[in-house]
Design a protein around this ligand. Structure first.
Ligand code: CA
Length: 662
């Protein structure tokens, strides 16, 4: 009944005007449970579920938002931070606000030009934009009331996470740790947009005064000149809040650059990377921290969702915080103190044997610090669990995790040189056309008290959607292979599914209008996995859509287009000897958006299928930026015509393989 308490607290102290059937906050409640008490749709009648309406989201890039629903109006974001208000019963668009983010900024987003949603407070809609603005819009018409720049635009910061409103302040973080930035979270006055406080997650230049005592302490865990490359620790997604304890929980991301010894040559834990932080929401003061991955070297963010609940542990009710971060361990912490109560692997983990409950530290596998060809570390950078939301059902006591089985050979780049504004990992991307050694993972129903799986459903395809649990004994989830599915929450038995034409990453929301229950989800393929070449459906090519379901819904989706024919052979006079060099250059400069081996995941056009005219224009496109408005930046600052020729030779080789049906 934790959620009920929180909802009542919300209603009384924060003057939300929503009814009980609304979806007022990003994770439904401050505890981010994504558990709805609605049960008109239940395991016994979900077979009658059908599509009520859909809305074209005007994009083929990734869709990751959870809609907010207040009083029959849905507020949702698409690609490029565009905000939509939609009639939640009819799907009619009421207004649209495009922050007009320059598409050249897309190069600064590690993981697609996505946005995870808005916050609603006192008839205002708050959104963070990809280029680092925070905007307050009039909820009635979408007209901005104020906008503030929350980042230094000379640095590659981006915002993809949803703002949260706590005690009249808008809490917002940002991303950019793949490029070289210093992470922080900020609070702005919700009325005026004035900065109230900012908490940096990693220390700056120690010759300057520290911004807080917490950072002075943290600086002792760093070595070398980390601040020159930012250090990382970005707060790019996860925030939750406990009104009783008055603690704001913040999930901090990975190190920047990734490689520990490059970032902090003398070692050290590098606080507060990969940490869960408890802050006072009025001041930003740090109350406690728990570091999941000391000395992170593997993109092991702790920026994944943190669910607050009361669990009976050792015969006593404990107020806990639960997180399943990228590193593959499921953590249960006492959220008043940060004490580690338990941690167990929920997917295959080989970087650490266990987490020592006495010290709270992982017992590492030495191979993880001496990466070499041959050691495929698990999980990889995509994580045992990523941003795709999990949910907690207090009735079943289970956490429903979109879990992933990932691996990656982290190889230190000994010739690393920091190039501002580009990916700076100091870890080598694979110069290979072979697929990564990964399997799709599974929807995992995890018992957080016993720290074991109750049931699981293997995924046919990789990179699936977030989950929603309901009192109707259901778990809803969209899949990478383009289905929307309802499972029995107790057993995992599939109760209903419907094809939705494209891969789903986003989490569903449920709500009522005039007593009738609806379930909504964004279907739109993209994100980091799609950019590196991960495919959604066999068909693909379907634009992103907002889908809303109800009992006896009768709307149908248009048939998907047929797959494109193979490309024509392209005659090239390039010396085949430059192809291997092109493969390496392609991996460094192109693969993180255009796919490893030039295999597109569908969110961005497949380079192998370009017209001959486009292939002949590579110098203009790649060096001069003639497609900058489409999001392809000019690279002349970093590479020259010879490199472009080699990249083209590699892409043409890959194209001609496709043309030959290989
Ligand atoms: Ca990262």
């Amino acid at each position: 009944m934790y959620r009920l308490t929180i909802s009542l607290t919300l209603l009384s102290s924060l003057t939300f005007a929503q009814g009980v059937g609304d979806w007022p906050l990003h994770g439904l409640d401050y505890a981010e449970t994504r558990y709805s008490p609605l049960k008109e749709i239940h395991a016994g009648n979900v077979s009658r579920l059908g599509l009520a309406w859909y809305l074209d989201m005007e994009t083929r890039r990734g869709l990751e938002a959870t809609p907010i629903v207040i009083d029959g109006v849905m507020y949702v974001t698409g690609s490029w931070s565009v905000v939509y208000a939609v009639n939640a019963v009819t799907g009619k668009r009421l207004w649209r606000w495009d922050p007009e983010v320059s598409h050249a900024w897309g190069q600064k987003a590690c993981c697609d030009v996505v946005n995870r949603g808005v916050a609603f407070y006192r008839n205002r809609v708050y959104v963070g934009t990809l280029d680092g603005r925070l905007a307050a819009l009039n909820a009635a018409n979408g007209i901005p009331l104020w906008q503030v720049q929350t980042t230094d635009k000379n640095q590659p910061y981006t915002i993809t996470g949803a703002p949260r409103i706590v005690k009249g302040k808008v809490i917002i973080g940002n991303g950019g740790a793949e490029y070289g930035v210093r992470g922080y979270v900020s609070a702005y006055d919700a009325e005026t947009g004035k900065l109230a406080w900012r908490f940096y997650t990693v220390p700056g230049d120690p010759s300057q005064p520290f911004e807080s005592p917490a950072l002075e302490k943290a600086a002792k865990t760093w070595t070398g000149e980390w601040w020159k490359h930012g250090g990382g620790g970005t707060v790019w997604d996860s925030l939750s809040y406990d009104p009783e304890l008055d603690l704001l929980y913040v999930g901090a991301g990975n190190g920047s650059p990734w490689d520990w010894k490059t970032r902090s040559p003398g070692g050290g834990d590098n606080l507060y990377l990969s940490s869960i932080l408890a802050l006072r929401p009025d001041t930003g003061e740090l109350v406690w921290h728990y570091q999941t991955t000391p000395g992170d070297s593997w993109d092991y963010t702790a920026a994944q969702q943190m669910i607050l609940a009361t669990l009976e542990i050792g015969g006593k009710p404990r107020k806990v915080l639960m997180q399943a971060p990228k590193n593959g361990f499921f953590y249960v912490l006492d959220r008043a103190t940060g004490e580690l109560l338990s941690a167990k692997p929920f997917v295959t983990v080989n970087w650490a044997k266990e987490v020592d409950l006495k010290t709270g530290r992982p017992v590492e596998n030495p191979s993880a610090r001496q990466p070499a060809m041959g050691f495929i570390q698990q999980p990889g950078p995509l994580g045992g669990h990523n941003w795709q939301a999990m949910s907690f059902h207090p009735g079943t006591g289970l956490v429903y995790i979109p879990a992933q089985e990932t691996g990656f050979p982290y190889i230190r780049d000994t010739r690393f040189k920091f190039l501002p504004g580009t990916w700076n990992l100091a870890t080598m991307a694979l110069p290979t056309a072979d697929p990564l050694p990964i399997t799709p993972g599974m929807l995992l129903a995890w018992d957080p008290v016993r720290q074991s799986a109750r049931w699981s459903v293997p995924y046919p395809s990789y990179w699936n959607g977030g989950t929603l649990a309901t009192a109707g004994n259901l778990v809803f989830e969209g899949t990478a292979d383009g289905r929307f599915v309802a499972y029995d929450a107790e057993t995992g038995e599939k109760k209903w599914e419907m094809p939705v034409g494209t891969g789903v990453m986003a989490a569903p929301a449920t709500f009522t209008v005039k007593g009738k229950q609806y379930v909504s989800v964004l279907a739109g393929w993209g994100g980091s996995f799609a950019l590196i070449g991960g495919r959604a459906t066999k068909d693909g090519g379907v634009p992103g859509r907002l889908l809303t379901f109800a009992l006896d819904g009768k709307t149908t989706l248009p048939a998907p287009p047929p797959p494109p024919p193979p490309p024509a052979l392209f005659a090239s006079d390039a010396d085949p000897k430059i192809v291997p060099k092109g493969a390496v250059l392609y991996a460094r400069w192109c693969s993180v958006c255009h796919g490893f081996g030039a295999y597109s995941g569908g969110a961005i056009r497949d380079l192998r299928y370009s017209s001959e005219a486009v292939l002949r224009s590579y110098p203009k496109i790649v060096l001069e930026g003639s497609y900058a408005s489409a999001g392809m930046p000019a690279l002349k600052e970093w590479i020259g015509p010879e490199e472009v020729d080699a990249i083209l030779a590699f892409v043409v080789t890959q194209r001609n393989k496709a043309a030959a049906g290989k």
